[in-house]
Ligand binder design. Structure first.
Ligand code: MG
Length: 367
């Protein structure tokens, strides 16, 4: 039956990492990113998980969530997940609580895989062993030169077949920015745009029609309207040009969110973020839901966290190679993936997620 191991102490730490330049999208601006790392002890091993959220998660993880899972069988991760969900019922499961549960869940899957001495992908069982990535950044704060350089590098240096840029901060300037991006990536790469919900319905529709006709086309329009406006997303899906996918889902924290979005026929491609939607356990559930609705799933951000789980999801399309998170994961995790020919692959010689926090390097960012 495998090793007899109990979940031991759950510990968490937050690190605040400045961005390499001011960043913004259509509805938000930021100059730092907070990484919350969880350590889960058990059976003489240490599992690691993380989320990108807020330092206020640390006492929640070490207190309420730790109490919910410590002493449980380390191999029964879904049981631990359920215990955590029950524990946060009266706090509100969504938002911060879901990100905290996600980080602990990832650490528990990492721990289980290490106890069994398996890479997590092998423990979950794979349908593929490499994950296509798309380069993602192109912030609205960037100069056109920086935009061209970043997007062009992902295509030429990393072999990405698609890249994504932010729009919506100054819509009058976006057509020119999109033209610059197209020029930089060439005619063959797919160009994705993300408005982060900045537009109203008619404005988004008008924008979609215009960019489809110019600049070699746009094949993905993410959150053209608010992701809470399911009717608006459905309108976009029905009326946007046929070669343009409508995508949303990054703010999904629970399974019902994804069910409602799928039931409304709101997206051509669902997005989900394992660092928000309940960790590896939650992400796999979203994968099943998407399969039942015949909709592809795309992973949102935190590429090193998604890599192994993505290998286990049947209708997985691609993973977001998000500039901020790629930079942080390379800086602070041993074993962070490197792209080759537009894809990343789990290192099957390392157990678990294959990641180790570079604790000394992380210390200078401690919150
Ligand atoms: Mg987005």
């Amino acid at each position: 039956m495998g090793p007899d191991a109990r979940i031991g102490r759950i510990e968490a730490a937050a690190y605040v990492i400045p961005t390499d330049a001011p960043e913004a999208d259509g509805t938000y601006a930021w100059d730092r990113t907070t990484l919350v790392v969880v350590d889960a002890a058990g059976g003489g091993r240490q599992g690691i998980g993380y989320t990108y959220a807020d330092a206020s998660l640390v006492p929640l993880i070490q207190g309420l969530l730790g109490k919910a899972v410590e002493g449980r069988d380390a191999l029964d991760v879904p049981g631990a997940w359920q215990a955590m969900m029950r524990a946060v019922r009266n706090l509100g499961r969504d938002g911060l609580c879901a990100t905290a549960v996600s980080a602990v869940d990832a650490a528990l899957w990492d721990l289980k895989a290490k106890l069994l001495d398996l890479p997590l992908a092998a423990l979950l069982g794979t349908v593929r062993r490499e994950i296509p990535i798309y380069g993602s950044g192109g912030f609205t704060t960037y100069s056109d030169d920086r935009l061209r350089e970043q997007l062009g590098d992902w295509v030429r240096r990393d072999g990405c077949r698609w890249v994504k840029m932010k729009i919506g901060t100054d819509p009058a300037r976006d057509p020119q920015r999109i033209a610059a991006a197209r020029e930089a990536i060439g005619p063959d790469a797919g160009l994705f745009i993300d408005a982060n919900g900045a537009f109203g319905r008619k404005q988004a529709l008008d924008f979609a029609e215009r960019v489809a006709a110019e600049h070699g086309g746009v094949s993905w329009f993410e959150e053209p309207v608010s992701s809470d406006d399911l009717d608006g997303l459905r309108l976009m899906r029905d009326r946007a040009p046929a070669r343009m996918d409508i995508a949303a889902g990054e703010y999904g924290y629970d399974l019902d969110y994804f069910r409602r979005m799928l039931a409304a026929g709101a997206v051509d491609v669902m997005q989900a973020d394992a660092s928000r939607c309940g960790g590896v356990t939650g992400f796999l559930k979203v994968g099943v839901l998407c399969e039942a609705h015949h909709v592809d799933l795309s992973g949102h951000c935190a590429p090193a966290l998604h890599l192994h789980a993505a290998c286990a999801v049947p209708r997985f399309r691609h993973l977001e190679w998000f500039h901020d998170h790629v930079r942080i994961e390379r800086m602070l995790f041993d074993g962070a993936p490197d792209p080759r020919d537009g894809a990343i692959r789990p290192d099957l010689s390392r157990p678990g997620l294959g990641l180790e926090l570079k604790r000394q390097d992380a210390e200078r960012f401690a919150a």
